[in-house]
Ligand binder design. Structure first.
Ligand SMILES: Cc1cc2nc3c(=O)[nH]c(=O)nc-3n(C[C@H](O)[C@H](O)[C@H](O)COP(=O)(O)OP(=O)(O)OC[C@H]3O[C@@H](n4cnc5c(N)ncnc54)[C@H](O)[C@@H]3O)c2cc1C
Length: 439
């Protein structure tokens, strides 16, 4: 099981376990209204807890990169927590509303409270009505924002703007949760967890609202050179940093913001770190912004580099490695070869570079990066040779099962290789992969 699946299960299990420790479990067998009285807070707590962890991850806490396998991976966890928060919010809304509708339709007996008992007291009770309205309207807005986030055709730059509203929405939902959570929960284990989670996530949401995420890892520099490869639409950009860069491991990435650009985009640093302040990037025209970039970039242009991030670090338990690059997914491997050259090291590696748009100049760059590193390069022109699959890989690298596999390229290519390799005996933890998509 991948780390992000485990992390997701751990979050859900922790919340449910602490909730069970905090309630009167006799209520579980107390009939419909009693169970409903438990499910309303449970679904609400799960929704806000998932959302809180998602907001914390969106703040790019580098401290958890190693545990979760890198920022690209924990953005995936952020996404699944967000989806789960929405599902829980829908359940919370249904468990709250549906029984009332059924009573109105006279399909369900209304709840009968024993004389002298009422709803459990809640702190800030005078804000109750306001908190209910805030929760309901935030829920409707949450559904709209979540639908936009999941609708792949909704342009990324608009998604980016609307997604920021989630942080404001989250703060509104904290108010809803704090006012409406039963008072007894706050002095029980689930309450302690909620206080810690909501307080830290509120700070993270504030950082997001004020555009402060990643601020401490931003460095400035300028473009020193660039070259556009017509054949594969890849723009090579050289950058000289003017503020002290902490250094990076080959395979890490950074968010680049060119002067005049509307926002930062993630790109792998395609150079090794030689402590000279120089970084290189290879940027493929894949969308609106990256297609326009060759016409916008200038020598001397100011640039902000935020990073480094990621754990695509070529750490391996075995001697040999198999690297597979699809298109511009070659960048981390170029960085790794440069790093080997800088360190004067060699490595037992087969590198398969699959490209549907071969550019002679770019392929020459890859060959020269190979240099004396010992890497055996196989360039595959998919237009002539067809897509790379496991059968072809097994011909080029018969002992592929004995190697650690490092893959970077299109998601579908990665999925099909992963499935084929796992089905043919490669342990899942020996297939390492960079996720080029954060949405
Ligand atoms: C860890 C990582 C490393 C990457 N390394 C490289 C690389 O070395 N070379 C390369 O050419 N491409 C790389 N990419 C992909 C690159 O970030 C996108 O192609 C680029 O951002 C597309 O922007 P666009 O506006 O032109 O395209 P759009 O059509 O607007 O977006 C296409 C997709 O790119 C992603 N994207 C767009 N803008 C952003 C943003 N600001 N932040 C995060 N994701 C965004 C989204 O998934 C979006 O769906 C990398 C991506 C990631 C996540």
């Amino acid at each position: 099981m991948t780390r992000i699946k485990l992390a997701f299960i751990a979050v859900a299990a922790l919340v449910i376990a602490l909730w069970l420790m905090s309630i009167d479990t006799a209520l579980i067998s107390g009939g419909f209204w009693s169970v409903r009285g438990l499910l309303v807070p449970l679904t609400g707590i799960l929704a806000i807890a998932f959302m809180a962890v998602a907001v914390l991850l969106a703040a790019r806490p580098v401290q958890v990169e190693t545990a979760l396998g890198g920022l690209d991976k924990f953005y995936r966890l952020h996404k699944w927590l967000g989806i789960s928060a929405v599902i829980m919010a829908v359940l919370h809304w249904l468990v709250e509303k549906a029984p009332k509708w059924l009573v109105e339709l006279e399909w369900l007996e209304p709840r009968l409270r024993a004389p002298g008992t009422g709803a459990e007291p809640r702190p800030f009770a005078s804000f109750r009505d306001l908190a209910i309205d805030v929760g309901e309207w935030s829920f409707y807005l949450l559904l709209v924002l979540a639908a936009l986030a999941l609708w792949r055709r909704f342009p990324y730059h608009l998604f980016f703007k609307t997604h920021r509203l989630m942080a404001v929405l989250f703060i509104a939902l904290i108010f809803h949760a704090v006012v409406l959570t039963p008072a007894s929960y706050w002095s029980a284990p689930i309450g302690w967890l909620m206080i810690a989670l909501l307080a830290s996530a509120a700070v993270a949401a504030g950082l997001s609202v004020f555009g402060r995420i990643g601020k401490l890892r931003r460095f400035t520099g300028e473009v020193t050179d660039f070259h556009f490869h017509e054949g594969n639409s890849v723009l090579d950009v050289g950058v000289k940093l003017t503020t002290a860069w902490p250094g990076h491991a080959a395979g890490q990435f950074a968010f680049l913001k060119f002067e005049g650009a509307e926002r930062a985009h993630p790109f792998t640093i395609s150079s090794g770190w030689a402590k000279t302040g120089r970084l290189a990037f290879s940027i493929k025209g894949l969308g609106d912004y990256t297609r326009r970039l060759p016409a916008l970039v200038k020598v001397g242009q100011a640039i902000t580099v935020e990073g480094p991030y990621g754990r695509f670090d070529f750490g391996s338990t075995r001697g040999s490695q198999l690297w597979i690059a699809g298109g511009v997914g070659i960048t981390p491997f170029i960085a790794r070869m440069e790093a080997l050259a800088i360190a004067g090291q060699q490595q037992d590696v087969d590198l398969i570079y699959s490209t549907g748009a071969p550019d002679e100049g770019f392929i020459d760059e890859v060959h020269s990066a190979v240099g004396l590193t010992g890497v055996r390069l196989h360039v595959v022109d998919t237009g002539l040779e067809g897509f790379v699959d496991l059968a072809k890989i097994a011909l080029w690298v018969p002992d592929w099962r004995g190697a650690d596999v490092w893959f970077c390229g299109p998601a579908k290519f990665g999925d099909s290789l992963y499935e084929a390799m796992i089905a043919n005996g490669l342990p899942a933890d020996r297939f390492h992969r960079e996720l080029f998509e954060m949405r």
